[in-house]
Design a protein around this ligand. Structure first.
Ligand SMILES: [Fe+2]
Length: 416
């Protein structure tokens, strides 16, 4: 994010001596300054002041990262995935959001995984790109080297590439943490058209800086009841010559001889943040507004949109559900979180469903949905959409929870 934050202990001038407090008349040791920056040294960055040398690696080993293979959507079909079926209740206590996520859909630009978790994750960082984790249900504490967040239903948690962090579910096993994890191979940010040339969110943006939660930091090991010198494993996801069908993605575990929460202060414009979908102010019109009016974030070759509860089209002859559309340049993924999704009535889509509408195939309301929507003034629906500009392939979890019936649900004769 482009707006500047400063937390904890930092020196008045960057790249100058910053020391621990003097003890017994002896000058304190230097803290170790780390610049965490994007695009070389040419984009947003932050300076972090560590107690320990951030390059330290005491031991290392491979992290067997699970099945990230994908298969083409061939024959070309729209699909209905049911990710809730992937995690039977008895598995949840042994699942964490990092190592337990299962790949639904992916390509070289972005991967969508799902996880239902009750177990704390290990320390983790994604060395490939930014993550946007959407919390469908439940709650968690997300601890990062920048500080902590308490997150819950409807939160988008944006975690910059290479941020060391962990997920600690805080909701009960009856309401476990349910997340959809959007892993980019790039950075994830608000759409450029929402931003001024210097990075401020503009008046026409559906959200502004006040709606963003920044980390409450700094956060040190002793703040979470752990020892600063505790040996700690950090799981790192990175590119590294893995099989092409897995996107070349592999994992490594680095063992640190100290706790990763050792940042006494930081400042800059690069840090994790949280935005809640309920703070998204929908843009509505007399006639149907296309998905770009619902955009919330973007990455390289994909966008994230959300459809929130809203007044709908108010032209006297308006048809509130969308027209049929052929997105010739994108695959469209919709995650149906809450409410009734008017356009999908009769399709089997329900809360927790995901649809994939691939490029090269027109899609739109199921039979009867357009007529049924006439005169409606309000849609109580909540959905998160990811549009990708290159085709998505099916991951192991996508293949496992595909209902296999969706492509036939526009067949009017079948629905009469
Ligand atoms: Fe669509």
């Amino acid at each position: 994010m482009a707006h500047y934050q400063a937390m904890g202990s930092i020196p008045p001038k960057r790249h100058t001596q910053h020391r621990r407090p003097a003890r017994r008349g002896r000058v304190g040791e230097l803290y170790y300054e780390e610049l965490m920056g994007e695009e070389g040294f040419s984009s947003d960055s932050s300076l972090l002041y560590h107690r320990n040398i951030p390059s330290t690696v005491a031991e290392y080993r491979e992290w067997s990262i699970g099945d990230l293979s994908t298969t083409a959507n061939h024959p070309l079909l729209p699909r209905h995935l049911k990710p809730h079926d992937l995690f039977p209740a008895k598995t949840v206590k042994d699942t964490d959001v990092v190592t337990g996520r299962r790949l639904l859909l992916g390509n070289g630009d972005v991967r969508l995984s799902y996880a239902v978790a009750a177990k704390p994750s290990p320390w983790y960082r994604n060395g490939i790109g930014d993550e946007c984790v959407y919390v469908e249900r439940g709650s968690a504490r997300v601890e990062t080297v920048f500080g902590a967040f308490e997150v819950g239903e409807g939160d988008y948690v944006i975690i910059p590439r290479a941020t060391t962090h962990r997920w600690i579910p805080t909701s009960s096993a009856r309401n476990p943490l349910r997340t959809i994890c959007i892993e980019a191979s790039s950075h994830i940010a608000p759409p450029k058209r929402y931003l001024s040339k210097y990075g401020q969110l503009l008046e026409h943006s559906p959200y502004c800086e006040r709606d963003l939660r920044v980390p409450q930091g700094p956060l040190l090991a002793e703040d979470v009841g752990e020892k600063p010198d505790a040996e700690t494993e950090v799981f790192i996801k990175h590119r590294g010559g893995g099989p092409a069908s897995s996107g070349g993605i592999v994992g490594t575990v680095h063992v640190l001889p100290f706790h990763p929460l050792d940042v006494v202060g930081w400042d800059g414009c690069l840090y994790p943040y949280v935005f809640n979908v309920r703070d998204y102010e929908p843009i509505t019109g007399r006639i149907h507004q296309p998905p770009p009016a619902h955009q919330v974030f973007e990455g390289w070759n994909f966008v994230i949109c959300n459809f929130v509860p809203r007044k709908v089209d108010y032209h006297p002859l308006a048809i509130p559900v969308p027209y049929y559309h052929s997105n010739v340049d994108s695959d469209e993924v919709m995650f149906y979180v809450d409410g009734d999704y008017e356009a999908r009535k009769g399709s089997g889509i329900a809360k927790g469903s995901i649809s994939l509408h691939p490029g090269g195939h027109a899609h739109g309301p199921q039979p009867g949905a357009a007529e049924a929507s006439l005169g409606k003034e309000y849609f109580d629906e909540l959905a998160v959409m990811v549009d990708t500009f290159r085709p998505l392939e099916l991951g192991e979890a996508g293949r496992a929870c595909d209902d296999g019936l969706y492509a036939g649900t526009w067949n009017a004769a079948r629905n009469r």
